[in-house]
Design a protein around this ligand. Structure first.
Ligand code: NCD
Ligand code: ZN
Length: 356
């Protein structure tokens, strides 16, 4: 190492290739306008989730949604939304073919019906979408999976592990050429499964699952703003996720799963699942990677592995992170009309900030 170059752990400034977010909820209307700038400021591209009401399940719906996103962008922004098709049991193979041919669909999303926010129109019986999966395997359209079973008999903390055995592994065997992203991985079992598979299986990891475990949600009072699905699990799971994210293994990449809900829908008797982390995703990640002694691997996780998995070019622009002497003020809220959207609080002071 040259004398003039401090070790990466002591650096005050990190220049990265501009990152992408491979799993994002942008919502619509007022909420879209309120949350989009935080993402567009940092990320060049994002895979936009289709779980609107009604779901984005046709080429026309995705085109119209993409247009609304483009219109809501801050002036001069170069952000590119990458659209996904919400798979239902009525989706036609031709819809996927046409969407891909016209450059509208980058991937299609499988929500087991009832698994999470706005998943009611999702898939109850995976066998009913086998013709779609055959088409996707053939045309090279990646399948994004919400990897949880919905059987009420399965404990909420086991739903990811059971999904692997009951759904994902049979799927991998039946469609070995299908590229699959195991979205928002939350368990050590999930990490081990991905590591044991071929490069056709990738996985996104969120900033919050690298930071919180289930105690953070439940000990000393219930914290609705830390509730998301899949729910955060034991600390051993969080540690396995940290090792995977910082390992340099190209199958693991960033998907923030930033999922804003109005405060009134989070702080109530039956609060919604979803953590809004877009405004501080990169500072949180820089801190995690610094703690793990892996700042030199942050760029691969946020700016390279995802694009490589999707077969897309790497971004050309850059993003600078600064390590400040004083921590940033505690995260507050973003306002969307009358609604207030609480930003993810990692529970520790954040020293890294995105510079211009
Ligand atoms: C997401 C949402 O609110 O749309 N919620 C969440 O807890 N992650 C849906 C999802 O990705 O499961
Ligand atoms: Zn999500």
């Amino acid at each position: 190492m040259s004398e003039s170059q401090p070790p990466i752990s002591a650096r005050k400034r990190l220049v990265l290739r501009r990152p992408d977010d491979w799993h994002l909820h942008l919502r619509d209307g007022e909420l879209l306008k309120a949350v989009l700038p935080a993402t567009a400021r940092v990320f060049e591209r994002a895979i936009v989730m289709p779980n609107l009401v009604p779901p984005v399940a046709t080429v026309d719906a995705a085109l119209a949604y993409r247009e609304r996103i483009r219109k809501a962008l801050p002036r001069g922004s170069a952000f590119t939304p990458l659209m996904t098709c919400y798979l239902t049991e009525e989706t036609l193979p031709e819809t996927l073919r046409e969407g891909q041919r016209r450059g509208v669909f980058t991937a299609a999303k499988l929500y087991p019906a009832g698994a999470t926010t706005n998943s009611a129109a999702g898939v109850s019986d995976i066998h009913r979408i086998h013709p779609l999966l055959t088409t996707m395997e053939k045309i090279g359209l990646p399948l994004l999976v919400h990897g949880e079973v919905v059987d009420p008999a399965v404990d909420i903390f086991d739903r990811e592990a059971v999904f692997i055995e009951a759904v994902l592994d049979p799927l991998r065997k039946q469609f070995p050429g299908l590229r699959i992203v195991f979205e928002h991985l939350t368990s050590a079992a999930g990490v081990a499964y991905v590591q044991a598979q071929s490069a056709h299986l990738g996985a996104t990891i969120t900033p919050h699952h690298l930071i919180i475990n289930r105690n953070h949600i439940l000990v000393g009072g219930i914290r609705p703003h830390l509730y998301c699905l899949p729910i955060a699990k034991r600390d051993a799971d969080r540690q396995a996720l940290r090792r995977a994210a910082t390992s340099g293994d190209p199958r693991f990449f960033l998907g923030t799963d930033s999922a804003p809900h109005p405060r009134s829908a989070k702080e109530c008797a039956c609060g919604c699942a979803g953590i809004f982390n877009a405004p501080n995703a990169l500072p949180c990640l820089a801190q995690v990677f610094e703690e793990e002694g892996a700042l030199d691997r942050l760029e691969a996780f946020v700016s390279a592995h995802g694009a490589q998995f999707y077969g897309l070019p790497l971004n050309k622009g850059q993003l600078t992170l600064h390590r400040q002497d004083r921590p940033a003020p505690a995260p507050s809220a973003v306002h969307a009309g009358q609604a207030s959207l609480q930003v993810f609080d990692p529970g520790f002071a954040l020293y890294w900030a995105v510079g211009d």
